[in-house]
Each structure stands twice: as C-alpha cells, then as structure tokens.
Design a protein around this ligand. Structure first.
Ligand code: SAM
Length: 309
C-alpha cells in the first residue's frame, strides 16, 4: 500500500525552525518525511537531518521517498525518547532544531491491517512499533475492567467509559473480541444515539491507541530533558493533536521558560533550576481555515515552540 500522509502546518513549522545550510535537525516523528523534506530543501546544500520513527512502514517509505538526500539524511527506526543517545552516537552534540509532529499518520489509519480504524474490520492491533508485544487485542481481551475504564475515561474522555468497559467484560466472557468491527459494535450498542456527528467508537479507539503505544509516557520522557538536545539559539517545535498531549507540551515549555521553580513567596531560591528557553509561541498556532478544508486532519493540530537560551 502506498504511504500517504499530508504534513500539517508546514509553513508555520519552517517559519519557526528557520532551517539553514550547514545546520543539523532532528525530526523525531519522520512519518512520510514531509517535514523532513522541507527542512532538507531549505537547508540545502549541506544541512542534515536525523529522522526517527518507530514504525517500520514509515521508515521504509521515507527512505524511498527521500533517497536523493541520502548523504544528508540519517534514518533510524526507534522512539524519539532515544534521541539523545542517538545524537551522541552520531557525534552531533547539540543541534539547531527539533520537530515533533505527534500522533498517528494517515497511513497508519488507512492501512486496515494495522487495526487502528473502525471503518474497516481487522484484527485489533494499533501498534505503531510492531516489534512491541502489547496490542489493542491484549488490552481489550485481558486487561482488568477497571484499567479499561481508566484508559477510556482518561485518554478518550469517553463519558460512558464504565458502561463500555462493562460491556467488553460481558462480551469477552462468551467469546474473544477479535476485530475492530467486533469492538466498534460493542461500543455502538452502549452508545446508541449518544454520539454527536462522529462514530460512537471514535473516543474508544483513540484511547486504546494512546494506551497501546504509551504515547503520553514517551512524550513525557522526551520532555523531561528535551531542551538538552538544543544548542543555544536552537529551536524546538511540537505539534500535538490531543488535549492531553498539548497539556504536557505546554507544561514542559512553561517550566523550561521559568527562571525558578521554588514555590511562590519563597524568600531564598534553592531549587537549583535555571531558565532553559524562551517561548516562541504565546498561544498555540492552529491551522488556517484553508488548510483545514484541504486536510481535515489539521483541524485539531496545535503547535508550540521554544528557543534555547
Ligand atoms: C503525524 S505522523 C508524522 C508525519 C510527518 N511529520 C510527515 O511529514 O509525514 C506521526 C509519526 O510519528 C510516529 N511516532 C509517534 N510517536 C513516536 C515516538 N514516540 N517515537 C517515534 N515515532 C513516533 C508515528 O509512527 C507516525 O509515523
């Protein structure tokens, strides 16, 4: 299946990242390579990019699509949590720019076999990195009901989380819940006539995807010390598609731009923290109406950026 993904907010990302010849960049979510290609074009003739993605299909597609930049592009199949180790291995030290464009690609959704979508029936999977053992099938068929309830409520903001988890528990006592269609049907029965304009299983599928891929955990690990990847003047741009992701980015960037982390009214600072960055975006940048019309996936994108001190 051909890899198809339209990158979001490309001009906005480039306007903040300002790629230049001779500089080095990390694209931690390579996907189909749309953002990376634009960085390579703008940093021509000798700017370099390290592109990471934990999905084998993305890595293969980006390698093919960007083969003409072979000498300026290094691609690794791994999580962006490992970015610092890889940059150290490559002797790149601190770099001029980092971009993360979080979440799933259109290819992952559209390839039925990957089991992300309720539109076509396939085995429940949802792994972005198919080397990991945990799948959506395991969560749905084997995890405690309380855990499924938590996942649906927290990651899907699903108001009927408890009812859906109970319905899953009832169903799996009788048979294995094999496919995306089986799960979508269970959810639809619980939520009959209670969804507003979208498929009743949207939030359940989103929640399971986030849990299977530990999406919030890996973002948290990255944000813990992500500023260390940048040299002074280096820029980081993060695009998120989910309010919980955006909250993690906002909170981390706020911390990085503070000069002290002591509680308010502390007389003598003893936190040992120093400011790491300045904010480049006061409020998140969102896609224009025109971009959303052309690419509805851009609708929920929120972009935040900082520059390292
Ligand atoms: C929205 S797509 C990125 C699209 C890309 N910017 C482009 O222009 O084509 C998100 C990609 O990030 C990858 N991804 C998500 N979380 C990741 C992580 N923790 N480490 C590495 N890749 C990740 C997914 O596999 C997916 O291919």
């Amino acid at each position: 299946m051909k890899f198809a993904h339209v990158p979001v907010l490309v001009q906005e990302v480039m306007g903040l990242l300002k790629p230049k010849p001779g500089e080095r960049y990390l694209d931690g979510t390579l996907g189909g390579g749309g953002h990376t290609e634009e960085i390579l074009l703008r940093s021509s003739p000798d700017g370099r990019v390290l592109g990471l993605d934990w999905d084998e299909d993305a890595v293969t597609a980006a390698r093919q699509r960007l083969s003409r930049y072979e000498d300026r592009l290094t691609i690794r199949q791994t999580s962006f949590e490992k970015a610092k180790n890889i940059l150290t291995e490559m002797n790149w030290g601190q770099i001029e720019g980092v971009v993360l464009d979080l979440g799933v690609s259109s290819h992952q959704f559209d390839d039925a076999e990957r089991g992300f979508s309720f539109q076509t029936s396939a085995r429940l999977d949802m792994r972005m990195d198919r080397r990991q053992p945990l799948t959506a099938f395991d969560i749905v068929n084997a995890h405690p009901v309380a855990e499924i309830t938590r996942i649906l409520a927290e990651y899907g903001e699903e108001p009927r989380a408890r009812r859906i988890a109970a319905a899953i528990a009832t169903e799996r006592r009788n048979r294995t819940i094999e496919t995306t269609a089986d799960l979508a049907e269970i959810v639809a029965k619980v939520k009959r006539r209670r969804s507003h304009g979208h498929h009743p299983a949207t939030q359940t599928f989103q929640a399971l995807r986030i849990a299977v891929n530990r999406e919030l955990e890996s973002l948290n690990v990255f944000l813990e010390r992500g500023y260390e990847l940048l040299r002074p003047g280096g820029r980081m741009v993060i695009i998120s598609f989910h309010s919980l992701e955006d909250r993690l980015v906002k909170t981390a960037f706020r911390k990085w731009t503070q000069s002290c982390l002591c509680p308010p009214r502390t007389l003598r600072c003893d936190c040992g923290w120093s400011q790491k960055a300045h904010r480049l975006t006061k409020k998140p940048i969102v896609a224009s109406a025109e971009e959303v019309r052309a690419n509805p996936r851009a609708r929920s994108a929120k972009l935040r950026a900082v520059v390292r001190i």
